[in-house]
Design a protein around this ligand. Structure first.
Ligand code: NFS
Ligand code: SF4
Length: 643
């Protein structure tokens, strides 16, 4: 496959070409080597849960040894994938809660509570007393409550109370209000072992519950606590794509997910002692850039540049200009080790949960975080002299990130009368047709970044406001779609007018994948603000992830569906097609239970069409399209309605 077919990003194409010339392998080459991939696995019809298996269902042998049918097998695999995704996000959330608590107790001296306004708000929400108490005392109580959300023996997720009442009622009625994260994950594994839950609808019901424990639980807590610790993001400028790597500076890439690490490395890189040390080494400075979600976190809060998304992680090293790549957890390809060996790049793992065989491990703990970060920065500087030939693609775009729920609220209504009212009003009057969430990964089975960016272009052109997270945000950034100036040119007239009036871009970069919680909270606020129905399922909102990779993406999809929204994945990637019944339930009947549903479509233009149809159908149901229809027949009405 030609580099151009592999990626739609010019910088990535260049690096793919150069790696091929040098005989180095990347994810695309390994995908080719793996092809053809197992058709049973692709359809989700392979079971290796017990030792009577592995079993795979065929026409000739439609049942596993235990008698499990294809519906059970597909649903169980689906549930297990979601539980794994939830465990990843939520374990990240737990780590943040631990650091939060340690900070409150004075056991993590390098971390501070940066957003005390949010801390007070959170205290109020969680019932923590604030009167006559020190910040640290309040924070300690919040930290303890947050930590308990992961493993408390009784009760349901406190954050789920943020959902509209009608939604909470639906969950209650179905018995899927999420309990402690650990409990839901454990129950998922239990139910899906051999001989337990063998009713596909009941299995999928629990898939909703465990996913909700993430979206309205672990991941939401991760976002909230990170905001208090590192600052709630507000719009700020940054740059995206490999051109952010600097030829005359020490380059450090932070890769992974938890800002616990990347925040400290960013701080250490600005330390005057470190800067002087770098200068002595002949470098013009220390350049920290990110890949994957941790990059989104840094851009959101500090404007630190993003070098690339998931599929760029190996390509970035192949520039030859990276002195050190520090990784923590999730989406870190083992393939990095081989690429790093071809260059001087030092690859360092930093958490005991995620070591890579043969890779140097320098554990980061909260008690000595900055000291460890400085050690890593010093290692990078010491490695500068070992740099060989360098090739950095000359591609980068300005980008604006930092769209938290709070910042969207302020942007729309102003700091003193923060409100979603203008957004609701403009959805109601039709200038904005609806909202789309474009989220998730980049998968070598799909031309890199292509579907995300095509979807975004199609949607904003037709006056749909886009909120984006994860690697999709970085894809947009590389193509200038998170640069307000460029994106506004592509927006439809209604959306453009609103964006220009409130000073907001048509594509809002909302952060990493755990920050999908910001999308949920925003949708809940739209319902609360009024005029657009009384439940999330009434909203003209849809989500899509056509390049999904991780189990985390399926977990996100399921909690969006269980929150009442439409979610579209690529047909060949969602591993459920082997069971007609499961498909029929997920794509149709689940809507009767939850108000949301899954759909599959691999073509981004068609997927955009599907999202628009959904949005317009919701508008019709809300009765807010009436005016527009009348406009066609009735001149009187038309005059009266001119805005
Ligand atoms: Ni999300 Fe982040 Fe990217 Fe996908 Fe991986 S980095 S948590 S899983 S690949 S968007
Ligand atoms: Fe086969 Fe049933 Fe065991 Fe799965 S649980 S491997 S279908 S026997």
């Amino acid at each position: 496959m030609e580099p151009k077919e592999r990626s739609s990003n010019k910088a990535s194409q260049e690096m793919i070409g150069r790696m091929a010339e040098a005989g180095q392998q990347n994810a695309w080459d390994r995908l080719e080597a793996q092809s053809p991939q197992c058709g049973f696995g692709k359809q989700g019809i392979c079971c290796r849960i017990c030792s009577m298996g592995p079993c795979r269902t065929t026409k000739k042998a439609p049942l596993g040894v235990c008698g499990a049918d294809v519906d059970t097998i597909v649903a169980r695999n689906f549930l297990r994938a979601i539980a794994a995704g939830v465990s990843a996000h939520s374990d990240h959330g737990r780590t943040v809660a631990e650091v939060f608590l340690a900070t409150a107790k004075g056991e993590a001296p390098d971390y501070k509570f940066k957003d005390t306004t949010k801390l007070y708000k959170l205290a109020e929400e969680l019932g923590v007393k604030t009167k006559d108490r020190q910040i640290n005392e309040i924070a300690e109580d919040i930290g303890k409550i947050a930590l308990a959300e992961f493993g408390k023996p009784e009760g349901t997720q406190l954050m789920a109370r943020r959902a509209p009442k009608s939604r909470q009622e639906i969950w209650k009625k179905l018995g899927i209000t999420p309990r402690a994260v650990d409990r839901e994950v454990t129950e998922s594994l239990h139910r899906s072992t051999m001989g337990v839950d063998q009713d596909y609808k009941n299995i999928i019901k629990h898939a909703s519950r465990v996913a909700l424990a993430d979206g309205w639980g672990g991941a939401m807590l991760a976002t909230e606590l990170q905001d208090v610790l590192f600052g709630t993001p507000y719009p700020g400028r940054g740059e995206v794509n490999m051109g952010v790597i600097k030829s005359d500076q020490v380059n450090i890439i932070v890769h992974g997910h938890e800002p616990i690490l990347s925040e400290m490395i960013a701080a250490a890189s600005q330390d005057s002692e470190m800067l002087a040390y770098a200068e002595k080494a002949g470098s013009k400075g220390i350049n920290v850039a990110g890949t994957c979600c941790t990059a989104n976190e840094l851009l959101m809060r500090h404007g630190i540049p993003i070098a690339g998304n998931f599929l760029d992680q190996e390509l970035v090293i192949a520039t030859g200009a990276i002195e050190l790549m520090a990784v923590d957890v999730q989406c870190i390809m083992q393939g990095l080790t081989t690429v790093a060996q071809c260059y001087h790049t030092k690859l360092i793992t930093t958490t005991d949960k995620a070591k890579i065989h043969g890779v140097e491990h320098i554990p980061m703990d909260e008690a000595t975080a900055l000291t460890t970060a400085k050690k890593l920065v010093k290692m990078a500087i010491d490695n500068y002299k070992n740099r060989g030939d360098v090739y950095i693609p000359n591609e980068k775009k300005p980008a604006v990130g930092g769209f938290s729920f709070e910042s969207i609220n302020y942007m729309l209504g102003g700091r003193f009368r923060a409100s979603f009212r203008p957004l609701n009003d403009n959805i109601i009057n039709g200038r904005i047709r609806g909202i789309a969430g474009i989220v998730g990964c980049t998968n070598p089975k799909v031309q890199q970044d292509f579907t995300h960016t095509t979807l975004v272009r199609e949607l904003i052109k037709r006056d749909v406001l886009v909120l984006t997270t994860g690697c999709a945000t970085i894809a947009c950034g590389k193509q200038g779609l998170t640069n307000p100036k460029e994106a506004l040119e592509l927006a439809g007239p209604g959306l453009r007018e609103v964006c220009e009036t409130v000073g907001m871009p048509p594509v809002l970069a909302c952060g990493s994948c755990v920050d999908n919680s910001r999308l949920l909270v925003s949708c809940a606020e739209i319902v609360r603000e009024g005029g657009l129905g009384d439940d999330l399922s009434a909203l003209p909102v849809a989500g899509a992830c056509l390049e999904s990779v991780s189990e985390k993406a399926i977990a996100i999809g399921q909690y969006f569906v269980a929150s009442g929204l439409l979610v579209i994945f690529a047909k060949e990637i969602l591993p459920v097609l082997g069971s007609e019944n499961v498909c029929n339930y997920l794509f149709n009947d689940i809507e009767k239970d939850l108000g949301g549903r899954w759909a599959v479509e691999s073509d981004p233009v068609k997927a955009a069409e599907m999202m628009l149809q959904h949005i317009e159908a919701k508008r019709d149901a809300l009765g807010i399209n009436v005016k527009k229809e009348r406009k066609l027949y009735d001149m009187e009405e038309r005059r009266a309605l001119t805005v």
